[in-house]
Design a protein around this ligand. Sequence first.
Ligand SMILES: Cc1cc2nc3c(=O)[nH]c(=O)nc-3n(C[C@H](O)[C@H](O)[C@H](O)COP(=O)(O)OP(=O)(O)OC[C@H]3O[C@@H](n4cnc5c(N)ncnc54)[C@H](O)[C@@H]3O)c2cc1C
Ligand code: SF4
Length: 483
Amino acid sequence: MAEKRKKIVYRRHDRNEIPLLPPEVRKKYLNKEYALGYGHTAALDEADRCILCRKPPCTPSCPVNSEMEKWIGEIQKQNVWGAYEILRKHNPFSSVCGRVCPQERLCESTCVLTFKDNGLSVGIGGLERFVGDSIRLSGQEWTDEKEPPTGKSVGVIGAGPAGLAAAYFLARKGHDVTVYEALPFVGGVMRYGIPEARLDRRALDFEIDLIKKLGVEIKTGVKVGEDIPFDEIRKKHDAVFIAVGSGRGKKMGIPGEDLKGVYTAIGYLMKVNTDYVDPMLAPDEEVELPRNKRVAIIGGGFTAVDCIITALRLGNEVHLVYRRTRETSSARDEEWDHVAEEGAILHWLTQPIEVIGNEKGEVVGLKCVKMELVPDEKGGRPRPKPVEGSEHIIECDAVIMAVGQADNPTAYKDVKGLKIDKWNNLSTVDENFRTNIEGVFAGGDVVNGGDTVVTAISHAKKASQAIHEYLMTGKWEYKGEES
Ligand SMILES: Cc1cc2nc3c(=O)[nH]c(=O)nc-3n(C[C@H](O)[C@H](O)[C@H](O)COP(=O)(O)OP(=O)(O)OC[C@H]3O[C@@H](n4cnc5c(N)ncnc54)[C@H](O)[C@@H]3O)c2cc1C
Ligand code: SF4
């Protein structure tokens, strides 16, 4: 007899929130996570809120389609090991994604509990983090299964989430993988960009070590295109995956931005997170960290939030300056509450127009103008327009520009015939992440110019499947535009 489905109880509102350290405590620690994660009891209770939909809308809302209805079902049965097995079929960085994915815009945005009465979604991100952390903290040895050796080899350029995830999927398929990384450390933005206060490095290292355990070789300190030509890598391997990100720091092009005390976000965060200044990513930048000063941070995305978190923990008075509104910013909404609780002063609808310096060439202020949102004539989203006579100065000793990243084409700029787009990126790849050069694939920020960790992993997942097919059949067909 078919098993009777248990009666569904919709627990729409009693979501278990992730406990946070109090603001006055957490802002003392640069390298301690402030979101504590679910304990065992809360995780089991939260998993029980999931009604295990037959056709779960959350799974397609996750870029790696991580099959929540299966792994959350395993947590309900108290089988965390089984839950991790399912998660790892789709993503080698569950402990990271559970922490840093903007879940409210992805998996959690389509949870059926939210469909009525302003319900609150299942805490999918928190549960994913709980699974990864439970395996790590259990001390039990984890080994991923892999297929027998194929005798084929793949060179991966860049050890960020895209490169490492591709290495993981390809190694599990039995291929030999070597990753070439320009920096002296592994992880890309997950290590040098996202602060430890949001991402515990022990969780990151655990999942990187599992990739190494599959036999993936990672060569750090090798800048492809400078230390070793791309063609040499191509000759060494049967296929190449380019995953170099889009991580060069960018400034705004306003007067005064070359003064001492003006930083790109990437240059600043890399120095704090790794104590390293890379001339490629932070060109011409002297990074002397402002402590106990007044810092203005310009931008409204993940990077701006990370600069605020970091600058607060270095004892600074922090001003966020953003030309649009909180609602139209791309950072996670709850994070604005978190940094405001920690004392950040948030200036919305404020456009910086000049960095003001003193006679010694040091920053003393940021000249800004207030903005108002007006309807867009072309029917697009409302656009900010300066309010006449609203010029004012925010007094500060340092300015950090978190206004997006620039291209970083060193690895592939000299590849003959490779189609590069007008931003110097590789958005020219086809739907399977093939470039127009046989055997060469690309994915992650180098393709989309900057998105999320899980999107980079989703590119790697699809590209690895295409690389595997190419290696095993030798068939090649680039389906992008040829011109
Ligand atoms: C400060 C910051 C905070 C962010 N916070 C979040 C967040 O909270 N959640 C989220 O989902 N996303 C976040 N993002 C976005 C996310 O980190 C990126 O989308 C993601 O890291 C892209 O992965 P990637 O592997 O393509 O590139 P990257 O992570 O940039 O990795 C590329 C790697 O390639 C290496 N490389 C570059 N050139 C060469 C070369 N010539 N030879 C060899 N190696 C090379 C680089 O050194 C780097 O290690 C954030 C981004 C930033 C900058
Ligand atoms: S990887 Fe990110 S988007 Fe996907 S289920 Fe996990 S937390 Fe949600």
